[in-house]
Design a protein around this ligand. Structure first.
Ligand code: ADP
Ligand code: MG
Length: 313
C-alpha cells in the first residue's frame, strides 16, 4: 500500500488535506477508492479537481487495474471464517461468516438477528482453531439492542472471561442515518488502535427506513444505502474483517413495501451484500436460516436454536 501522505498528491494543498482528513480520507488508499462526488463533497472541490486527485491516488496506491485470477486467488487465501456457534448455519455459509464480505441477516422482529450478532462478537475473540479470528468487534447500534449481559452469558458458556470479552466490543450508538454513515469513518480510526475483525451494523436499514419515507425519497435513500454498504465493504477489505448487518422485514404487509418478507433496501442492499440470510422463527424455539443469495454457494436452509448459552444447533 502507498506510504505517501495525502498532501503529496498533486492538487491537495494543506487546506484540502485538512478537509479530507476531517471527512475520514486519511490515506492515499481511501482517496483512491472514493468516487469523485464523495471527494468533491468532502473537500469542497469541483468534480474535475476531485477526479484528478483520485486518478493520482490510484496510480500511487496501485489500484484500479485488472488482476489475473491467480492474484485474486492469492488474496482470497487470507479470507477468514468466523463461527456462528451453529454448525449447520456455518455449513450454509461455506464454513462461517467470511471476512472481506458483507453478510446480511434479514427477518422479522425476534427472528434472532441481534442474537447472532452478539454470538459473533464473542466468538471473534477466539483463536482460529476454535472458529474465531483473534480479533475485536466494532458495533454500530441503531436500535439500542446491544446487551452486555447477553455477551456475558454467551462468554461464560464458552468458559471465557466475560469482563475481558466486553472490553473487546466497541459500541457506538447511531442517532440517525447520517450519523450512522459518519461512524464508518470513526470505525476506520478505531481499527488503527484495535485489531478489529468484526463490524456489526444492527440495524443497517432502520434509520433509513424511518427517515426516507414514500416514493419520492426512495432514490436518495437507495443511493445513500449503496454508499454506506460500499464503505462497509471497504472496511472489510482493508482490515480483513467480517461484516454483519441486519435488516428487519415487517411481519404485516406494508402499504408501500408490499411483500412482508421483502427486506428493506431491495436490490441495492441485495446486490452489495455478499451473503443474504433470511431468518424465521419455527416451532419449539427453533430458527430457520435460508441462504437466499451468495456468489458461490447453493441456496439452502439451516436450523439452529437460540438458548441461554447462545446460538446452538
Ligand atoms: P431480532 O431479529 O429482532 O434482532 P433477536 O435477535 O433480538 O431478534 O431475538 C430475540 C429472541 O432471542 C427472543 O425472542 C428470544 O427467543 C431469544 N433470546 C433472547 N435472549 C435470550 C436468552 N437469554 N435465552 C434464550 N433465548 C433468548
Ligand atoms: Mg434486533
Amino acid at each position: 500500500m502507498a506510504s505517501k501522505s495525502i498532501e503529496e498528491l498533486p492538487g491537495v494543498g494543506p487546506a484540502t488535506a485538512d478537509k479530507l482528513r476531517e471527512a475520514g480520507f486519511n490515506d492515499v488508499m481511501a482517496i483512491a477508492v472514493a468516487s469523485p462526488q464523495m471527494l468533491a463533497e468532502a473537500a469542497e472541490l469541483g468534480q474535475s479537481s476531485a477526479q484528478k486527485i483520485i486518478l493520482a491516488a490510484r496510480v500511487e496506491a496501485d489500484v484500479g487495474g485488472f488482476e489475473t485470477g491467480d492474484t485474486i486467488l492469492e488474496r482470497r487465501k487470507s479470507i477468514g471464517r468466523l463461527t456462528s456457534g451453529s454448525k449447520s448455519l456455518n455449513e450454509l455459509l461455506g464454513g462461517g461468516f467470511e471476512t472481506q464480505a458483507i453478510t446480511e441477516l434479514y427477518g422479522e422482529f425476534g427472528s434472532g438477528k441481534t442474537q447472532i450478532a452478539h454470538q459473533l462478537a464473542v466468538n471473534v475473540t477466539r483463536p482460529a482453531d476454535e472458529g474465531g479470528l483473534e480479533g475485536e468487534t466494532l458495533w454500530i447500534d441503531t436500535e439500542t439492542t446491544f446487551r452486555p449481559s447477553r455477551v456475558k452469558q454467551m462468554a461464560t458458556a464458552l468458559e471465557l472471561d466475560p469482563d475481558k470479552i466486553l472490553k473487546t466490543i466497541h459500541v457506538a450508538r447511531a442517532f440517525n442515518s447520517h450519523h450512522q454513515m459518519l461512524l464508518i469513518e470513526k470505525a476506520m480510526e478505531e481499527a488503527e488502535k484495535f485489531p478489529i475483525k468484526l463490524l456489526v451494523v444492527d440495524s443497517m436499514t432502520g434509520h433509513f427506513r424511518a427517515e426516507y419515507i414514500g416514493r419520492g425519497a426512495l432514490a436518495e435513500r437507495q443511493q445513500l444505502l449503496n454508499r454506506h454498504m460500499h464503505d462497509l465493504l471497504r472496511f472489510g477489505d482493508v482490515h480483513n474483517a467480517a461484516i454483519c448487518v441486519t435488516n428487519q422485514v415487517q411481519a404485516k404487509p406494508d402499504a408501500f413495501f408490499g411483500d412482508p418478507t421483502r427486506p428493506i433496501g431491495g436490490h441495492i442492499v441485495g446486490h452489495t451484500a455478499t451473503f443474504r440470510i433470511y431468518l424465521r422463527k419455527s416451532k419449539g424455539g427453533k430458527r430457520i436460516a435460508r441462504l437466499t443469495d451468495s456468489p458461490n454457494l447453493p441456496e439452502g436452509e439451516a436450523v439452529f436454536i437460540v438458548t441461554e448459552e447462545g446460538i446452538k444447533d
